[in-house]
Design a protein. Structure first.
Length: 284
């Protein structure tokens, strides 16, 4: 064994200690970097008009939450909780009554260039009857100003990954529900988005198709994409989400990492904990 203080593979112990201290300082510096907000809702209120002499239906009462960069957030809640309205507000399909919504630090209503950074998967799609998936990818890619060569390369890679390459020239109207869902996913990814907004991504998928999408979302997570998705399949939310947002009748009941929901025993499922929170709110 070399004596203390003698060179070890060209480094003295003092140099090794200095390197370790430098690495520790660098790691601490990385940890102290402030997370970058990608989606921000600040005191958002949204209501829908009703017939004359009836009160407006209020969907959100001052909803606030943040989804940071490189985070996958699962949005869960019963039917009518406000999940789809939340996504429509993000996409600027509808506008809030009050409050502020920002994507990448900008209001989507004022900066339409933001859309080029977003991949959007709606819950249901109605494809034009005379198009195939290649037509749709070319149209979407051109709208995002992607060069034709890139569209072709990305399109082939996505369709192969989603097992649609062999049926790429078939009309979309001939696709099954699950195949249409996978085609929609390819369209959402053709622009290589920084932010993915997915409304019920597992809808209509058989077990094999569901596993394809789970594997793809895992891959996108590893690439550092920011993802917000809503799902009624809480097992998928528990598997994929870094953070969870629980909505109930337009009210935020919880936001944070899934682990913060569970007690020290850790023997509860997300479904059980979700039902506990909703029942507690109903009895309050």
């Amino acid at each position: 064994m070399p004596k203390r203080g003698t060179p070890l593979f060209g480094f003295s112990e003092i140099k090794l200690e200095a390197m370790n201290n430098s690495r520790i300082a660098r790691d601490e510096s990385v940890q102290q970097v402030k997370p970058i907000p990608v989606i921000t809702f600040n005191q958002v209120r949204k209501s829908y008009p009703k017939p004359a002499f009836e009160k407006k239906k209020v969907v959100f009462h001052n909803l606030s939450f943040t989804c940071h960069a490189h985070t996958t957030m699962g949005l869960i809640g019963a039917n009518g909780a406000g999940k789809s309205t939340c996504i429509k507000l993000m996409m600027d399909f509808i506008r809030p009554d009050s409050g502020k919504i920002k994507l990448f630090g900008k209001a989507p209503a004022l900066d339409h260039e933001i859309r080029k950074k977003i991949g959007y998967l709606p819950e249901t799609v109605n494809f034009p009857a005379n198009l195939n998936v290649l037509n749709l990818l070319n149209f979407t890619g051109a709208a995002c100003e992607i060069p034709g060569k890139k569209i072709k390369e990305r399109g082939q890679r996505l369709l192969e990954q989603l097992e649609l390459w062999e049926v790429r020239k078939q009309l979309l109207r001939t696709y099954s529900k699950g195949m249409q869902q996978r085609a929609s996913f390819a369209v959402a990814l053709i622009n290589n988005p920084s932010l993915l907004i997915l409304d019920e991504p597992m809808s209509g998928l058989d077990p094999l198709g569901r596993q394809l999408i789970i594997d793809l979302i895992m891959e996108l997570k590893n690439q550092g994409k920011t993802i917000l998705f809503c799902s009624h399949i809480l097992q998928d939310v528990d598997l994929l989400a870094d953070e969870i947002l629980i909505l109930h009748k337009g009210k935020k009941l919880f936001t944070g990492p899934p682990d913060n929901l569970y007690d020290a025993r850790g023997d509860e499922t997300l479904t059980e904990k979700y039902l506990q929170i909703v029942k507690k709110e109903a009895n309050a």
